[in-house]
Design a protein around this ligand. Structure first.
Ligand code: XBP
Ligand code: MG
Length: 262
């Protein structure tokens, strides 16, 4: 039977609810600065989130809303330039302290660290966004708690492709059966399940209330809220609850022998 060795966290929507009031306004500031009258409203952004990755999301918008821009001979540079400015605005927002970690995230990270459970990130966002979020919302030492930060363009295909989770597992040197993944979106769930991460917790976020989470072991509103059944002593999702979830999926007789456990 495998034992739990690591937690792999998604970032946007999972560590922090970043999309509506973080990434979205940062895109809009970049558009304004470039003299473009594009306004990604709260509602429109919900549609655009069908596509993960900021550059990919801009291209998707052009394809469906501004097809004339696709004719630009410098299209790739144009999109990359907009995205670079968007990232700068997003980092400013993070540094202003506008985006907190979600309830229960720091508690769970501290608990996992104290228990020797390894920590990793698997996200489609830009690497700098992850470290700055962790530093600004959690504290200067927080990025160092994560042994692996798998982010952005480091893999060829973004979520819902499993690549970023496969990469994180490779870097950890662990099989999926030794991990619990924590996600917030249907695209993230498809990616995690594609990497065979079946012990999968979903903490639903602002834009993912109506997503399809079938195939997920456990779906909750947040780590901080009381949940019947698997929740730990405080009633919320703690490490004991995640260990129980892990046992439920890979319990005795249901998985291969753990090579690291005698
Ligand atoms: C969420 C995303 C990202 C962000 C924007 O990633 O899809 O694209 O919206 O980030 P996850 P960039 O839920 O996997 O953390 O603009 O840096 O791509
Ligand atoms: Mg997410």
């Amino acid at each position: 039977m495998y034992s739990l060795k690591a937690l792999i966290f998604d970032v946007d929507g999972t560590l922090a609810d970043t999309e509506r009031d973080g990434h979205r306004p940062a895109f809009n500031l970049a558009f304004l600065e470039a003299g473009l009258d594009w306004d990604w409203t709260v509602e429109l952004y919900g549609e655009l989130l069908a596509v993960t990755g900021g550059k990919e999301r801009i291209l998707y918008y052009l394809r469906h809303w501004r097809p004339a821009f696709l004719e630009r001979p410098d299209l790739a540079d144009f999109v990359a330039g907009l995205h670079q400015r968007k990232t700068a605005h997003y980092l400013d927002l993070l540094r202003s302290g506008a985006i907190p970690l979600r309830p229960g995230v720091l508690r769970l990270l501290e608990e996992a660290r104290a228990a020797g459970i390894r920590l990793a990130v698997a996200t489609t966002t830009t690497p700098e966004n992850v470290t700055t979020l962790l530093e600004c919302a959690g504290g200067p030492d927080l990025p160092g708690w994560f042994e692996v930060i798998a982010a952005g363009d480091i893999v060829p295909a973004k979520k819902p492709a499993p690549d970023i989770f496969c990469y994180a597992l490779e870097q950890l040197g662990l099989p999926p059966e030794a991990c619990v993944a924590i996600e917030d979106s249907a695209n993230g769930v498809r990616a995690a399940l594609g990497a065979n991460l079946r012990a999968l917790l979903v903490t639903v976020s602002t834009y993912t209330q109506d997503d399809d989470f079938s195939g997920c072991a456990l779906v909750v509103a947040s780590l901080g809220e009381p949940v019947a059944g698997l929740a730990g002593e405080g009633g919320h999702i703690d490490l004991a609850a995640l260990e129980a979830l892990h046992r439920q999926i890979y319990g005795a007789g249901r998985g291969p022998a753990d090579p690291a456990t005698p």
